[in-house]
Ligand binder design. Structure first.
Ligand code: PRP
Length: 210
């Protein structure tokens, strides 16, 4: 019997879009991932299990082979660095933009500015390319609050509808990059379970195109 494959999925906005995509590839969890408190889920395919973790942890699970495959945002992958894994498919879901944003009509100070973000590595590289000196303030969520309370001059965050920025009196400024979710594969798994992974990736690729 072949060894089952484990796919790491992230809680949050990606989950809403990945489950219909997996269903089109005929992979359906046997429990409701939205309501269950479980972390490991079987599927209608006895050779495929799912684990449900935080989005920032997906690349780490796949890097160490704790999951053979994973679905993570390009933002998370760039921040992780990609060690030990391959990015195999652009799933074209959970699309949004990574942007800088600040308080509407407020001038950005000259010289060194404070930038709050969940993405210090991408942010550091962006401002390096701009030739701007920045002090990075690492936050884990609710970045929009930082300029309001004077913690930062700017934020770097994901923007989808723009409603969160607007609701907090912020405006989008620089477009850093487009983001979407990617299917990633552990490098060792790809060698050891090549056939099973290739068949699964092909099925998911077909579902992306459907
Ligand atoms: C993201 C992001 C923004 C918001 C943008 O947060 O950090 O806060 O969505 O979406 P909008 O442009 O449609 O308003 P998310 O809801 O994913 O939660 P998080 O704070 O845990 O990242």
């Amino acid at each position: 019997m072949s060894q089952p494959l484990t796919i790491a999925l992230a809680k949050g906005r990606i989950l809403d879009e990945i489950l219909p995509l997996l269903a089109r590839a005929d992979i359906k969890p046997t429990d409701d991932l939205f309501t269950s408190r479980k972390l490991v889920f079987s599927t209608n395919d006895e050779n495929i299990n799912l684990v449900l973790i935080r989005s920032a942890d997906v690349a780490t699970y796949v890097q160490y082979g704790a999951a053979d495959l994973g679905v993570a945002g390009k933002d998370v992958l760039l921040e992780h660095g990609g060690e030990g894994l391959y990015e195999r498919l652009d799933l074209k879901i959970a699309s949004c933009k990574l942007m800088t944003a600040g308080i509407a009509d407020k001038a950005i100070p000259k010289g060194r500015i404070k930038v709050a973000t969940k993405y210090p590595e991408i942010t550091r590289q962006f401002f390096l390319r701009q030739g701007r000196q920045v002090e990075l303030i690492k936050l884990y969520g609710s970045m929009e609050l930082a300029p309001i309370v004077g913690l930062a001059d700017l934020i770097v965050d994901l923007v989808d509808s723009g409603n969160t920025l607007k609701a907090n009196g912020l405006v989008p400024l620089d477009h850093i990059m487009d983001i979407s979710s990617r299917l990633i594969v552990n490098r060792a798994s790809l060698k050891m379970k090549n056939q099973a992974i290739k068949a699964l990736v092909d099925k998911i690729e077909q579902a992306v195109e459907d």
